[in-house]
Ligand binder design. Structure first.
Ligand SMILES: Nc1ncnc2c1ncn2[C@@H]1O[C@H](COP(=O)(O)OP(=O)(O)O)[C@@H](O)[C@H]1O
Ligand SMILES: [Mg+2]
Length: 232
């Protein structure tokens, strides 16, 4: 499979222009294959979120290059980057940032509304299908604020998929869920990976979960410490 993401010689220094600059990513190289299911593990403060934010073009590396879908993102303008992000990458965070006063269905449609394209029947069908996949058909017209933590996270998963992204980046997506719900959410992510061939890169502190991925990448002090392929 071709690489959907390529990181080349990534360095990240926070506070570069301050008296106390801190380097948190060191000369990091990483290729991610299309359709693969990857987990990133590592201690708190090791640089996982920084790396994922650079990979998702939410943050810029101090030096190095990020290729998404064979395109060098370094040369893109802010507008080009936000279009690339919205069309190619879905994000799932630990805190889901749903719009509380909107229904589950409206929240799922939100990344599509941002593209300002008209809501077609096809998109509506997709939103309903995604809500079905995440098991929320019965409550899709409930306000987000009235849903449980697990339900809200499943709305966030459906939302991350509405634009049919090639890549899903998830930063501790089950960090505030109980272990049963965590298990269900991961099963769901796997199903989506198989069904839509979506590439997943998931940060998790849960080793049990990480071990279910095709590949485990361990970050230690801003470097790749271990890189294990499961089915190689
Ligand atoms: N915006 C920032 N400014 C300065 N330092 C930061 C910033 N974000 C993260 N850091 C520091 O970078 C290091 C890595 O953080 P992070 O990527 O969040 O680690 P992880 O996600 O593995 O816990 C930590 O020491 C953290 O304090
Ligand atoms: Mg983090």
């Amino acid at each position: 499979m071709p690489n959907i993401v390529e990181l080349r010689n990534i360095n990240k220094i926070y506070g570069e222009k301050t008296p106390n600059p801190t380097q948190v990513i060191f000369d990091l190289n990483l290729n991610i294959e299309e359709h693969s299911f990857n987990s990133i593990i590592g201690q708190s403060g090791s640089g996982k979120s920084t790396l994922l934010n650079i990979l998702g073009t939410l943050d810029k590396a101090t030096s190095g290059e990020v290729y998404i879908n064979q395109k060098n993102t370094q040369k893109m303008t802010k507008n080009e980057l936000s279009t690339l992000r919205n069309e190619t990458i879905g994000f799932i965070f630990q805190f889901h940032y749903l719009l509380p006063e909107y229904t589950a269905l409206e929240n799922v449609l939100m990344p599509y509304r941002i593209t300002k394209k008209p809501i077609t029947k096809e998109i509506m069908d997709r939103a309903h299908e995604l809500l079905e996949i995440v098991g929320l058909t019965k409550v899709k017209n409930n306000l987000a604020i009235n849903m449980s933590g697990g339900q809200q996270q499943r709305v966030a998963i459906a939302r991350s998929l509405i634009n049919n992204p090639k890549i899903i980046l998830a930063d501790e997506p089950t960090g505030n869920l109980d272990s049963d719900t965590t298990e269900q959410v991961y099963k769901l992510l796997r199903e989506i990976n198989e069904r839509y061939q979506t590439t997943f890169i998931i940060i998790t502190h849960d080793r049990h979960i990480a071990e279910k991925a095709d590949r485990i990448i361990e970050i230690k002090d801003g470097r790749i410490n271990l890189d294990i392929y499961k089915n190689a």
